[in-house]
Design a protein around this ligand. Structure first.
Ligand SMILES: Nc1nc2c(ncn2[C@@H]2O[C@H](COP(=O)(O)OP(=O)(O)O)[C@@H](O)[C@H]2O)c(=O)[nH]1
Ligand SMILES: [Mg+2]
Length: 300
């Protein structure tokens, strides 16, 4: 019946299942298997960018606008830079509080302390949960700082990359990895000087780059804190989604997800202490790393 309650978007059941996923509890897998046939309908939107770019503010405004359009919204905030009781997540909670009494919105911050990889797998499972629950749109906010987070954003149907003018944040300085995954560029804080310059730089960058799917990423200027440009961001995301590129990419996305899930399963078979103990043996030259790998693979 838990699956039924989740399909009915019961918030308490959703929160319970989310905790199972987060804590890697064995109950999560049978539940997600049961829910899987219900998935595949949500538009998953990855939102990434540097800390402070305005991703949470943007997600809050997108949620507001989507609700006004009678769409239900799930939000997953993945922020490995914040300790789980710390600033950013707490701030996000407060910011998103106005949606908390709305049954059409479910917001979950993922506690990411102590994760050694596996974040992409857990985020995938979290999106499956909210997709199965019937949310029309699922926003996944990740901090675009490391490879992991870029990877998570890439697993979405539509990826928004949030940039801000000034701050030496010109196109050259932006990490290459994040430029390539953008389906839509959001130039947020367009109320600050430099937005036009950044847009020009982005355009000349895009003129030189070609995507296999022929899509030229949309650029939208926003002032998330004032709700400006939000409708245009949604329109751009929907346009990209509607042309079916993400459906064509679905097999590729699932191939990546399966790889992450396998990695996660394999690592779960070994306790952390095992890595520490074997690491010590190798460091002291008592064993070679390959004999340990063979032993592990046989055991698994
Ligand atoms: N001036 C200005 N400030 C903004 C804008 N959007 C967000 N902010 C502020 O930027 C700060 C960081 O925003 P936040 O959404 O937490 O960024 P995140 O770390 O990317 O999630 C907050 O103080 C926001 O109020 C904007 O469009 N213009
Ligand atoms: Mg944030």
């Amino acid at each position: 019946m838990l699956a039924e309650k989740i399909a009915a978007r019961d918030h308490r059941s959703l929160a319970r299942a989310a905790t199972w996923i987060e804590n890697r509890r064995p109950e999560a897998e049978p539940l997600l298997r049961e829910l899987f046939p219900r998935t595949g309908h949500a538009m998953i939107v990855g939102v990434t960018g540097a800390p402070g770019a305005g991703k949470s503010t943007l997600c809050d405004q997108l949620t507001e606008k989507l609700r006004a359009d009678r769409k239900t919204v799930g939000v997953i905030a993945v922020d490995p830079t914040s300790p789980y009781t710390g600033g950013a997540i707490l701030g996000d909670r407060i910011r998103m509080q106005r949606h908390h009494s709305d049954p059409g919105v479910f917001i979950r911050s993922m506690a990411t302390r102590g994760w050694l990889g596996g974040l992409a797998a857990a985020t995938t499972e979290m999106t499956m949960l909210l997709d199965a629950a019937g949310f029309d749109t699922v926003l996944v906010e990740t901090v675009g700082v490391g490879q992991d987070e870029v990877e998570i954003a890439r697993l979405a149907d539509v990826t928004l990359v949030v940039l801000v003018p000034g701050m030496g944040d010109d196109v050259q300085a932006i990490k290459a990895g994040i430029m390539e995954i953008a389906d839509v560029f959001v130039i947020n804080k367009a109320d600050q000087p430099g937005a036009e310059k950044l847009e020009r730089e982005l355009k000349s960058y895009l003129a030189l780059s070609h995507r296999a799917d022929g899509w030229s990423p949309t650029i939208v200027q926003t002032v998330a804190s004032d709700g400006k440009g939000i409708a245009a961001v949604i329109a751009a995301a929907l346009e990209y989604h509607a042309r079916g590129s993400s459906r064509a990419r679905a097999a590729e996305i699932w191939a990546l997800r399966l790889r992450e899930m396998l990695r996660e399963r394999l690592l779960d078979r070994l306790p952390e202490s095992e890595f520490a103990a074997r690491g010590k043996e190798v460091a002291e030259r008592r064993r070679d790393p390959y004999s340990i790998l063979h032993e592990w693979l046989e055991r698994i």
